[in-house]
Ligand binder design. Sequence first.
Ligand SMILES: Nc1ncnc2c1ncn2[C@@H]1O[C@H](COP(=O)(O)OP(=O)(O)OP(=O)(O)O)[C@@H](O)[C@H]1O
Length: 314
Amino acid sequence: MSVSHPAIEIDHLSCAFRRSEALHDVTLSIPTGCVFGLVGLNGAGKTTLIRHLIGGLRPRTGRVRVLGEDPTQTPESVMQHVGYVAEEDVLPRWMRVGELIDFMRALYRNWDDQLCDKLLEQFSLDRSTKLADMSKGGRARAGLLVALAHRPQLLILDEPSYGLDPIARQDILEAVVRTASDEGRTVLFSSHLLDEVSRVCDTVGVIGGGRLLEVIATEQLPERYCEVVGELSIDDLAQRELPGFFGWQNRGREWSVAVDRRAYPDEATLRREIGGELVHEVRPLSLERWFSARVNDRELATIPRTPAVEELSA
Ligand SMILES: Nc1ncnc2c1ncn2[C@@H]1O[C@H](COP(=O)(O)OP(=O)(O)OP(=O)(O)O)[C@@H](O)[C@H]1O
């Protein structure tokens, strides 16, 4: 397969289940070699988006390309180069680890026995263990092993650490990083856990109510945005419709707001605009605060909306 195209291309993808819209006009391009974190609250649309990538759902509106191909037209060819770990614990429990490996090995032309043995050791897995007798974390490791051992060009992990203990999570993270560091590999990783997303991903996209709200390189976050924390009078501040403000939060007597730094030439101007005496601190925006600001500000309005502010100060 040629690598001149992005690993994942999604154009204006929408999806509805009966009358309820799960994805709304999603456009996203993930270049080869990127480790991309897809974050969103429960029901945001992460799994629905991923199901389109693995050919499990056919787009009714919009277009999806994975490694340059339509995953619903040529699923065998696309999935030869994709490693996928589902959100649910779906491995056949009647199999032993060795049987699962033999089964998957027969499916993938690029299966790498040496890598498989290495991962068995690294994940402390034994070929003779029955999947039914393993912990959830053990089965997650087995799922990751078979997704990695054919050296996929694209690794898609749907909530890989959901419900896992920190040690199992660490294994998964390490495997993701190693896979990504292999030349030219791409990883799409959906997660609720922002700390692991910030550790592993170079780019992050936030999805809310089926809309892709923003995509940003994690290293760009502190230079693009800051968080301003200050003393009450939030109503007064909100009425002034300052540009670049989003995701207001009230914490006791303090308020916090995310600010797009591009709306202000420097921090002194920003403080002056707010009214310096109201500002306690201007600090880089953390991934966690960016996430909460975006999901609480779906329209990406540049000005705070009065009803939201009233709710906050109630
Ligand atoms: N097969 C389906 N039939 C009907 N509604 C569905 C179906 N699959 C998903 N949905 C709905 O689509 C929306 C998005 O669901 P999705 O599973 O993609 O979210 P998610 O971000 O993966 O959530 P979670 O983090 O809880 O797994 C939800 O409102 C969900 O109820």
